[in-house]
Design a binder for this molecule. Sequence first.
Ligand code: HEM
Ligand code: HEM
Length: 126
Amino acid sequence: MQGVARNFFTLAIVYALIGMGLGIDMAISQDHTQMPTHAHVMVAGWLMSSVFAFFYHLFPAAAASALAKLHFWLAAVSGILLMAGLYLLLAGNEAMEAMTAVGSIGFYAAMALFAFIALRTVYRPA
Ligand code: HEM
Ligand code: HEM
């Protein structure tokens, strides 16, 4: 694994370690306030980044494109804004709502970019 695939895989592992750590913290403290943060870090972070990693591993030509690099950086930066923003928002910092909103829109845009990259790849005539 290399390039964009490896970047996404590394990001996925980081999300898994942080998200599960948060899950354990919630379970021990019996305070589930951060449940939406945990859920998004695990599913939108660990699972989605893993899917992207294996997609780019299977399709190296797609991974080599400039669009794939753009997809990685957009997904990484917006995902971190979204999830860190959500954590701070649920911790009571209402000023973080704007950051979370920007992160959400960026994360959606990254998914739309991936839809273009992936569908163009899988529908290309053999
Ligand atoms: C160290 C392991 C984990 C611990 C201690 C843990 C703990 C928790 C806790 C305490 C909740 C809140 C439950 C509630 O308030 O109803 C929760 C919810 C959730 N967890 Fe985890 N979790 C772990 C791993 C995972 C993993 C590996 C995933 C997914 C890949 C995951 C996905 C979710 C989701 C999606 C929810 C929200 C469920 C809902 O909407 O009701 N968790 N987890
Ligand atoms: C554009 C980015 C996204 C936004 C703005 C968003 C927003 C939301 C909102 C408002 C909820 C309800 C939370 C609550 O009732 O407390 C939610 C729940 C959930 N979302 Fe997302 N979401 C986004 C992306 C995703 C993605 C990409 C996934 C999975 C791949 C996902 C998985 C979940 C899950 C599992 C829940 C239920 C757990 C919970 O209630 O916290 N979300 N999301």
